[in-house]
Design a binder for this molecule. Structure first.
Ligand code: OGA
Ligand code: NI
Length: 359
């Protein structure tokens, strides 16, 4: 049987390990010393990823709009990560959606187990990424669901309790996907492509892949030994993350250091994924990031993945290919591409780097 049919070991829910009163984390969560978080203040501790006000992006004043577009362009090149404020998503809806998910994770285990996932689709309640026996485990549980394409949306797989969950996810998704579409236009323009290029390459409006992973990071009795999510780049197109404002945890790799993101209120954190690195022929790069956990507070984050539809071949845009800039990556569908992380778990930037065709 392929290792993608079922999990290779019994799945422990991290939250319930904690509730059982353990003082030491099980061995399978302990990272090698070189991979453990360092809590020593580094020289980069004042750095923060750029915060961009999107208010002017759709103003009638072209020069205001261009200024914002340029800010996005330089953040994409310098960091591959930025935060957005005045993004058009209702704050109340963001907060309510986060609250409802926090409530979900606090339901009794039996209720959550109704949605227990398998590595076939990852949909539902999960506690590991990577289906190979012996992959390193991270200190988090999650819930994963599809919103687009419609053919993959199945609300019956979304939590029935709390009762407002499905409706909130629906509304939240609609707004986040709209913001994602706007950003795709900005990226296309900034790359010198026609405005709809990236959206169309992803499958066209309403036909892209959009999925939500709600991450739940329980408190951890030994936060210095483990990670909430190991270093990885997101395999898809772009991620729109609503972090937990009360608890920091996300760290971004920047010039060989880890920079902790300090989100302003109601901001989204946007990062580029591997598919944009491929489509842009490495004009844009996905960036490695990880999550640290802590002993005092749990953390909930909502990661929205804006991806190509799974069955569409993705390759570097021809407009960006010249004799001096040959295509760096082969053509692959996203379904083929994401098998790697789904099999091996988070592996830094190993996958996208390994794809580079030898020229
Ligand atoms: C992810 C991710 C970061 C966070 O879900 O891919 O990187 O802060 N999440 O939860
Ligand atoms: Ni990520």
């Amino acid at each position: 049987m392929s290792c993608l049919q079922s999990w290779p070991e019994p799945v422990a829910r991290v939250q319930h390990l904690l509730d059982s009163g353990i003082q030491k984390i099980p061995e399978c969560y302990v990272k090698k010393p070189s991979e453990r978080p360092s809590f020593i203040e580094s020289a980069t501790s004042d750095l923060n990823i750029p915060v961009i006000d999107l208010q002017d992006l759709f103003s009638d004043d072209d020069s205001l709009c261009q200024t914002t577009t340029n800010l996005v362009a330089s953040a994409c090149r310098e960091w591959g990560f930025f935060q957005v404020v005045n993004h058009g998503i209702r704050y109340q809806l963001m907060a309510a959606t986060q609250d409802v998910w926090r409530e979900f994770f606090h339901l009794p285990l039996e209720e959550k187990q109704k949605y227990a996932n398998s590595p076939i689709t990852y949909e539902g309640y999960g506690s590991r990424i990577g289906a190979e026996k012996g992959v390193s485990l991270d200190w988090s549980d999650y819930f994963f669901l599809h919103y687009l394409p419609i053919s993959l949306r199945d609300e019956k797989k979304w939590p029935q309790i709390p009762v407002s969950c499905r409706e909130l996810v629906e509304k939240y998704s609609e707004e986040v996907v709209k913001l994602g579409g706007k950003l795709m236009k900005v990226f296309s323009k900034n790359l010198g492509l026609k405005e709809n290029y990236l959206e169309e390459a992803f499958g066209g409006e309403g036909n892209i892949g959009a999925c939500l992973r709600v991450n739940y990071y329980p408190k951890c009795p030994q936060p210095g030994l483990t990670l909430g999510i190991s270093p990885h780049s997101d395999p898809g197109g772009m991620t729109l993350l609503f972090p937990d404002e009360k608890v920091s945890g996300l760290q971004v790799r920047y010039k060989n250091n880890w920079v902790t993101v300090k989100p302003p209120p109601n901001a989204f954190i946007v990062n580029l994924g591997d598919q944009l690195q491929v489509l842009s022929n490495a004009n844009y790069r996905s960036v490695e990031h990880r999550v640290i956990v802590n002993a005092e507070k749990e953390r909930v984050s909502l990661a929205y993945f804006y991806n190509p539809r799974g069955d569409i071949p993705i390759k570097p845009a021809e407009e960006l290919i010249t004799e001096d800039n040959p295509p760096l990556y082969p053509c692959l569908t996203f379904n083929e591409y994401r098998l790697y992380i789904r099999t091996r778990g988070p592996c830094g930037k190993a996958q996208v780097e390994s794809l580079k065709s030898p020229h």
